[in-house]
Design a protein around this ligand. Sequence first.
Ligand SMILES: [Zn+2]
Length: 159
Amino acid sequence: MYQFQDLAIHLPEHRCWVLLTPTVQTVLHQYRQLEPSDHEAGGILLGYRRGDIDLELTLATEPTPKDKRGMFSFFRSTWHHQDVARQQWMKSGGTVDYLGDWHTHPENHPTPSSTDRREWSRLRSSSPRPLIFIIVGKADMYLEGPDRKGYRFLLANPT
Ligand SMILES: [Zn+2]
């Protein structure tokens, strides 16, 4: 297993930073669609807001059921049930915030589909706070910030 370090991504257009903890990077890395038989995966991004717009991503939920129990166990749902998980989380009044979504594409350098854009618009209009969206590709990742501009990044220093 790779050991990731904190990764801070600067969104200059929005004058903010997005921090991905190693925990989040490990999940994103693990679900890359490297093989044709790999299915699309996705989940929701949870974490903290530092000030108005700086975002610290501390948890990326996983699409497949796990036997683990814990405070996030209600997120055990498929990609298609993600909406339910999101709504539950938003209603739960948890100490961490819903910050956005992630999912995979079987592309080296992923770009949002028209479906992605529709879905993100819908989510943004239903959230009073800034959201970010990540698409995990085979070679790099696409992050769309609150300003709706896209940024590409690599995971931090796999050794
Ligand atoms: Zn997509």
